[in-house]
Design a protein around this ligand. Structure first.
Ligand SMILES: Cc1cc2nc3c(=O)[nH]c(=O)nc-3n(C[C@H](O)[C@H](O)[C@H](O)COP(=O)(O)OP(=O)(O)OC[C@H]3O[C@@H](n4cnc5c(N)ncnc54)[C@H](O)[C@@H]3O)c2cc1C
Length: 433
């Protein structure tokens, strides 16, 4: 039986997190908006604004809660993380302040899982300490949803691997100290056994950023998603992460948790959207009455609350299944929330935008950015269609074809069988007439 109850001690921690984010972190979102500041750990902003807050989070025992104590985290189960991430999802900077920022959290997870002691010392520890950023470089310009088209190659040359190829949308590369790069190492077998993962320091010769791509209304030429070319980039053999041909195994470890945590944070964003919607409905008057009095506004409020509750419970349930069966055992549940997330998020933004009128679509509200985030959620970490395919295939495993020509629920056959069973009574009832 699924149990989403919150122990009193954990409730105290959630209360602390909520208060801390509201009082200390939300002002960063307003004063220092932008992806750059989230990922750039080199400047005075990080030193003076972020690090002191991170220290307070560490002192409160709430740093990197997704990791096991061995790696400096709290080893929280996913249900607890769901409640925590829901609060962090209300703020752009909160994940950084709490040591759960993607893609670093996922990259840390795979190095913790598959890294050698040397790799952990060199890449994982500074990442966990929040001293460096990392980048995940998998998607290629010719395709992301279908890894079968990946061409970026790594070829063994003595004690080194030589990487040649291109990657697309390698987010926040320009702030990263190292990249996790997926490369084809055996083109003669399926990509699922012919690809390997490499740790590549960003100062390695041959890494060429063709351009940084932005999303939405970021001006052309600005943005944090790198189109990157690897020109005979040489890394030592020991930079292979996991075994040769193990890239998809490694990636799966990272993507499952990442998708779930995105969904948890999105619950927070949906809560924020509901707050904005209700506040506006109770503040704006038209034709002599509050918007909240209009039935079509009430429908929006009801739908917003209902969909938030449905999605929140679905996320908690997926988190609970991960706690019970591990990430692989929760493949269907994780794919399902990833598939439903963009629609629920987008509908919530559009409702809140609509109720705010011109202000809603203006650059004086956070809604346009949230709309772009919602749409991006349907693409990043694999498009919605692919996750629906995962759900459908898994659901279909529990079924088999109809035993005969007609469906099992075909009424003619079922009724005939049922009447056969009740023939005696049916005959006596007919005699009574
Ligand atoms: C904000 C953002 C950040 C990202 N960050 C990273 C990153 O850090 N590292 C990284 O490696 N990648 C990153 N990506 C890339 C992302 O993983 C890819 O965009 C995604 O996998 C889809 O690949 P694609 O863009 O090439 O689309 P395509 O593979 O060309 O797919 C385009 C569309 O085709 C449809 N489609 C695709 N496959 C199917 C199917 N099987 N059945 C039906 N329809 C289908 C879908 O509508 C899909 O959206 C990021 C993307 C975004 C938006």
């Amino acid at each position: 039986m699924a149990d989403f109850s919150i122990e009193p001690e954990f409730q105290d921690q959630l209360d602390w997190i909520r208060e801390f984010v509201k009082e200390n972190v939300e002002s960063l979102d307003l004063a220092f908006k932008g992806e750059e500041t989230v990922y750039d750990k080199s400047g005075i902003f990080y030193e003076e604004a972020i690090r002191p807050l991170q220290q307070k989070v560490k002192d409160a025992g709430l740093w990197s809660c997704h990791l096991t104590p061995e790696f400096g985290g709290q080893g929280y189960g996913q249900v607890r993380l769901a409640y925590m991430n829901e609060i962090l999802g209300r703020s752009q900077f909160a994940p950084t302040v709490f040591g759960t920022q993607a893609p670093d959290s996922g990259n840390a997870e795979i190095i913790a899982h598959y890294g050698t002691p040397e790799q952990k010392a060199k890449y994982l520890q500074p990442l966990l300490d929040g001293h460096i950023s990392s980048c995940y470089s998998m998607t290629e310009p010719q395709g992301g949803a279908d890894p079968g088209v990946f061409r970026c190659r790594a070829v063994r040359d003595g004690d080194e691997w030589v990487i040649d190829g291109e990657k697309w949308f390698s987010s926040s590369l320009r702030f990263a100290s190292f990249l996790v790069v997926m490369c084809v190492t055996d083109p003669d077998v399926s990509i699922h056994t012919g690809a390997s993962m490499f740790l590549v320091p960003t100062d390695t010769p041959g890494i060429e950023v063709v351009r940084n791509v932005g999303v939405g209304q970021e001006p052309l030429g600005h943005g944090s998603h790198a189109y990157v070319r690897y020109n005979s980039v040489r890394v030592p053999a020991e930079n292979l992460l996991g075994g040769e041909g193990q890239a998809f195994h490694v990636a799966q470890t990272r993507l499952g948790g990442g998708r779930l945590h995105h969904a948890m944070r999105s619950v927070g964003a949906l809560g924020r959207l509901l707050d904005m919607l209700c506040e506006r409905a109770l503040s704006r008057t038209t034709q002599g009455e509050l918007l909240a009095k209009k039935q079509m506004t009430q429908e929006k409020v009801a739908d917003a609350w209902i969909e938030l509750q449905q999605f929140r419970l679905q996320v908690l349930h997926a988190a609970w299944v991960v706690d019970q069966k591990g990430g692989h055992g929760a493949r269907r549940e994780i794919a399902a929330i990833k598939a439903v997330l963009p629609r629920v998020y987008r509908d919530a933004v559009l409702r809140t935008m609509q109720i705010h009128g011109a202000l809603g679509v203006s650059n004086e509200m956070p809604l346009a950015d949230m709309l772009m985030a919602a749409v991006s959620m349907g693409i990043a970490d694999g498009p919605t269609e692919v996750h629906k395919i995962t759900v459908a295939r898994d659901v279909l495993k529990g079924y088999s074809a109809a035993p005969g020509f007609w469906p099992s629920e075909h009424l003619i056959e079922r009724r005939a069988e049922a009447r056969e069973e009740w023939a005696d009574l049916l005959d006596r009832m007919a005699d009574e007439l």
